[in-house]
Design a binder for this molecule. Sequence first.
Ligand code: SAH
Ligand code: AVI
Length: 316
Amino acid sequence: MDTVIPPTIEVHLTPADLRSAMEADVRSGLTSSPKQLPPVYFYDDRGSRLFDEITRLPEYYPTRAERSILEAHAKDMVAGAGADVLVELGAGTCDKTRVLLDAMRDSGRLGTYIPLDVSDTTLWEAAVALSEEYPGLAVRAVVGDFHAHLDHLDAPDRRLFAFLGGTVGNFAPDQRTTFLAGLAATMRSGDCLLLGTDVIKDRARLVAAYDDAAGVTAEFNLGADFAPDRFAHVARWNEAEHRIEMWLRSLDDCRVRVADLDLEVGFAAGEEMLTELSTKFSVEALRDELEACGLVVEDSWVADGDEFVLTLARLH
Ligand code: SAH
Ligand code: AVI
């Protein structure tokens, strides 16, 4: 009978590091044109709870679609990857991860789980819960930034890197290229990537998923601190870039003061600030991007109705 192994946590990004990165990003983002802020700062404790709420909204199909693919094919994914170590980028609450861990356990491959996330409380709570649910599993939580700390995810055995939820779609194209090349550079021959991506589909369905009737996505994008009564949440499909863009639109001429930075910026009535991108992919375009980084696609699985795709690619 396996015993419970207490989880460990490594911190490569302290609250002070995150705070100084945020100050620099807020200063440059609010003084650029158009104004923009990176979405990483959404995921404080409150934002992580709001995202969890988003995943259960009737309009937000990606989480359910990805879960259904995992439930149908996790066994094949685990067998295909042949790994005893699961590394997960942007793991969040690790909810869907359990489907992969169940398949690893059933195939006798449950070794080590290394989740990485910026959201320390959410990560630690998930790490504790998973250690208890999966006796024999070593959980090594890593607080870090997936744009900076991929080289802290090493393990002696073959690794399966999971990047689920479609989070890679939140990167700008150049950021995505740099990320995928950096990830491939940290992988060893034989390691695999299991990548979850949303698929290009009907515009109305996409917009609804990012502008839900209950207003949860608006609350997630507005944040507690950005004078929500003065800004509206706008979700728009950008056909040329095949992505949903989320903007905050100023309802009036106003000035926003960021006291900590001694910064005051003006917004004209109707001016928009970019808060998030959510890119949607075709299976072929994704394959090309992965192969350009030396990752060879071995299999892919789509949800009913082609809503979402999970791709397994290996570094040779
Ligand atoms: N994988 C989960 C969560 C997706 S939400 C799912 O599929 O449902 C995106 C996750 O990425 C959040 O947990 C957030 O905290 C994390 N995240 C966002 N930016 C990050 C960054 N720069 N580095 C590491 N984690 C990040
Ligand atoms: C985490 N990421 C994949 C979500 C998405 O669908 O782009 C974030 C999100 N933003 C608003 N709703 C969901």
